[in-house]
Design a protein around this ligand. Structure first.
Ligand SMILES: Nc1nc2c(ncn2[C@@H]2O[C@H](COP(=O)(O)OP(=O)(O)O)[C@@H](O)[C@H]2O)c(=O)[nH]1
Ligand SMILES: [Mg+2]
Length: 298
């Protein structure tokens, strides 16, 4: 890996950081912070898509801290850090460990599946990619390339095939071939009138019949460039599947990276990974400390 994970994250957050860090400079270390500076900070936090609630909390914390001679920057840091909670991982207890990747079209599901396959491979595990988005032939071709690049096996059928049949076949094969991790790419849209959420529930039931406890993880892909607006759409998925985590993609292309801070609050699930580019090694395990430093560091 050419760049350290911290540097990659910091680079991915550079556009978001611009709105926050420039106003932080104005806070300095002196006790009194004037109203104008607070207004600038508020505007910067809103522009980074931290949302009105968390922004108000930060401003309040800065007021309190500076009233007692505390550091304004430290107040910002601790409020943001508290909003993120602890770093999350998922215990692996079954082989294969089955992961569903879900979310709206264009968010980065297929790309994330490919990058996750690369992470699995790096960890020394045997991965299988499952092309359960049969809506477009292009999605299957995209996964063929990711399979080659990551060295993960691919299970696919023709365009328009029943996703449930693809998942069923894949899990049978994974079990007999000793696969460690199965990564299932799902559709953001369907050929038939079948409701997308009903289809996801069905895929979950099929998986549970084939592998105990499956799916062990359901990762919701959220496009960071849509910011707070994207979260409303994402909330639909919390009703169809028991989400275990969020993958926040395209952090590198947006100034709205602050949305990571509101995800847990709005969707009730932690951010587990962030996407910072289109390459094989552009998916990072989410580290709350590094994230906050990446937002504030100058
Ligand atoms: N810059 C950037 N682009 C990404 C990232 N993740 C996905 N993409 C791009 O977003 C587009 C849609 O991704 P895709 O995986 O096909 O989305 P899907 O429809 O949810 O499967 C593609 O052009 C990807 O290369 C990311 O983290 N950063
Ligand atoms: Mg796709």
């Amino acid at each position: 890996m050419a760049l350290s994970i911290f540097k990659k994250l910091a680079r991915g957050l550079s556009r978001t950081r611009e709105s926050i860090a420039s106003t932080l400079g104005g806070l300095g270390s002196e006790a009194a912070v004037d109203e104008e500076t607070l207004e600038d900070l508020e505007a910067g936090l809103l522009a980074a898509d931290l949302g009105p609630e968390l922004t108000a909390e930060v401003i309040e914390a800065v007021r309190e801290q500076t009233a007692t001679d505390g550091s304004a920057v430290a107040a910002v840091r601790s409020t943001l850090r508290a909003a993120l909670g602890q770093e999350q991982t998922c215990e692996r207890w079954s082989s294969p460990h089955v992961v569903f990747v879900v979310g709206v079209n264009g968010g980065g599901k297929t790309t994330t599946v490919g990058k996750l396959a690369a992470l699995e491979r790096e960890a020394g595990r045997k991965a299988m990619i499952v092309a359960a988005d049969t809506f477009r032939a292009a999605a299957i071709e995209q996964l063929e390339r990711w399979s080659e690049r990551s060295g993960a096996e691919l299970v696919k059928q023709r365009e328009g095939a029943d996703p449930a049949a693809v998942v069923f076949d894949a899990l049978k094969a994974a079990t007999s071939r000793g696969i460690d991790t199965v990564l299932v790419d799902t559709a953001g849209r369907l050929h038939t009138k079948v409701n997308l959420m009903a289809e996801l529930e069905k895929l979950g039931r099929i998986a549970a019949r084939e592998v105990e406890g499956a799916p062990h993880e359901v990762l919701l892909v959220v496009d960071a460039t849509t910011g707070q607006n994207g979260l409303t759409q994402a909330q639909e998925f919390t009703r169809a599947a028991e989400l275990t985590g969020v993958v926040l993609t395209k952090l590198d292309g947006t100034a709205k990276g602050g949305v990571a801070l509101v995800i847990q609050r709005k969707l009730g699930v932690p951010v587990r990974y962030v996407g910072v580019g289109e390459g094989l090694d552009d998916l990072l395990a989410f580290d709350p400390d590094a994230y906050v430093e990446g937002l504030l560091a100058v």
